[in-house]
Design a protein around this ligand. Structure first.
Ligand code: UDX
Length: 441
């Protein structure tokens, strides 16, 4: 099938490339000419394991092309995916400027009857508006059908999730269009759920808000466990064995970040307001997460009330491992707070340093390895559970620090193992280890 994908962010590029992998011919469109030039050479604008290899292969086999020209992109296409960004606006709602622009350009350049599939996360009812907008701006009497097809890709495993995720959701009021979209996915082995248009739009927000709720719930419980001498890891394990609860997304830590959960939970509350309904649970989830992103600072201040001129090693900056994405990363709040308190911050991330420079305060000093970051610092903090950090020998960590204390925001280490190392260790929702009462800080 001949397909266009508008927008080459995470969702658009991964979707476009994966569709060529199963034999479709795909033109990816982006307004950024520089990005287009690079992608033609197989250079991906985002870090995603396996993506560049798959891009290069399908470019060479003439199934994948890139352009900034809508005329070229829409020529002879019967299917177009919209995958432009819908960032959060000031009032929490989703910003639809890029989507509206994409609709107008599609309308002006379509050359045949068209099925428009929205992958971008959009407020419930938006796909009806997409149809209206394209109908209004199109030049000929071609038929336009709309289908909502939300994505559930995780950064770092987006290709795997495209082929082996849990489901494909497609929603439309037009059965013919749904049947055609099922053909697009005919080589995929995932179950397909067909729904009405508005329910498909809602499934995306509902899923992300529910996952965010699981995280905030376990984090709140972890804070309680700390005060009661229980261990959140054991509690999560016990809860997760109940199949109705499930064992995923029950890891306590420094809160969720990234491009989806913060944006989509805020958007859902805003969607509620737009129809006079207060989403009280989701609202609390957001508030709990805001507090949780600072929790490590509260712990540090208990032991280091005066942070001025303290040398602090921060290991991991990205919002989660295997990505260079810094959007809403908990490390941002923590490092800002440290710098505001006049601490000297030395930071390390295996791949997110370039992006981190955009988000973190100017005084942050970047280091090239864990060793260099730790050397002669007063104490260390872990903000992202990179494999490299989880595998770092604790004895080595202890010997590098001036005061061997580690504040682990991701529960990277087994408590028994920590005890053997003799390190002072504070984590999330678990008892602290090796705290000396007489210590001078
Ligand atoms: C998420 C959804 O999983 C995906 O379906 C959706 O399409 C986009 O948003 P992503 O943002 O890539 O994907 O990250 P994910 O792996 O879900 O993690 C989100 C955040 O939650 C990270 O900051 C992570 O550290 C945190 N998290 C996750 C926890 O704190 N505890 C957990 O148990 C799981």
């Amino acid at each position: 099938m001949k397909i266009s994908v508008i927008g080459t962010g995470y969702v658009g590029l991964v979707t476009g490339v994966c569709l060529t992998e199963v034999g479709h011919h795909v033109t990816c469109v982006d307004i950024d000419e520089n990005k287009v030039q690079n992608m033609r050479k197989g250079i991906s604008p985002i870090f995603e394991p396996g993506l560049e290899d798959m891009m290069t292969k399908n470019i060479n086999e003439n199934r994948l092309s890139f352009t900034s020209d809508y005329k070229e992109a829409m020529k002879d296409k019967e299917i177009v995916f919209i995958a432009v960004g819908t960032p959060q606006s000031k009032d929490g709602s989703a910003e639809l400027t890029y989507l509206k622009k994409a609709c107008k350009s599609i309308a002006e350049h379509m050359t045949d009857d068209l099925i428009v599939i929205t992958k971008s996360t959009v407020p419930v009812g938006t796909n009806e508006y997409v149809k209206e907008l394209i109908e209004k701006h199109k030049n000929a009497s071609h038929k336009v059908s709309v289908v909502s097809n939300p994505e559930f890709l995780r950064e770092g495993s987006a290709i795997h999730d495209t082929f082996y995720g849990d489901r494909i959701v497609i929603g439309s009021e037009e059965q013919e269009a749904l049947d055609r979209v099922k053909e697009v996915y005919s080589s995929f082995t995932l179950p397909i759920l067909e729904t009405d248009l508005r329910s498909a739009e809602m499934i995306k927000y509902a899923s992300n808000a529910f996952l965010a709720t699981k995280i905030s719930f376990i984090n709140e419980l972890g804070n309680l466990c700390e005060r009661l001498g229980a261990n959140i890891e054991n509690v999560s394990k016990g809860m997760g064995m109940d199949k109705r609860i499930g064992d995923k997304f029950l890891n306590a830590g420094v809160g969720y970040g990234g491009s989806c959960f913060p944006k989509d939970t805020n958007a859902l509350v805003s969607i509620g307001h737009s129809v006079g309904y207060h989403m009280s649970i989701v609202d609390s989830v957001i508030e709990t997460n805001d507090k949780q992103q600072r929790i490590i600072i509260d712990k540090i201040k208990e032991f280091y009330p005066d942070l001025s001129h303290k040398k602090v090693a921060v290991l991991g900056l990205a919002f989660k491992p295997n990505t260079d994405d810094m959007r809403d990363a908990p490390s941002i709040k923590v490092i800002r707070e440290l710098v505001d308190n006049e601490a000297e911050v030395y930071a390390y991330d295996p791949i997110a340093e370039e992006n981190a420079k955009v988000f973190l305060p100017g005084g942050t000093i970047y280091k090239d390895s864990i060793d260099e970051t730790l050397k002669d610092k007063d104490f260390a903090i872990i903000m992202t559970d990179w494999q490299e950090i989880k595998e770092y020998p604790l004895e080595q960590l202890k010997s590098q620090l001036k005061h061997p204390a580690l504040f682990d925001g991701r529960n990277c280490f087994n408590l028994e193992r920590v005890k053997e190392s003799g390190l002072e260790y504070h984590s999330i929702g678990r008892p602290s280890i090796g705290v000396r009462e007489d210590e001078e800080k």
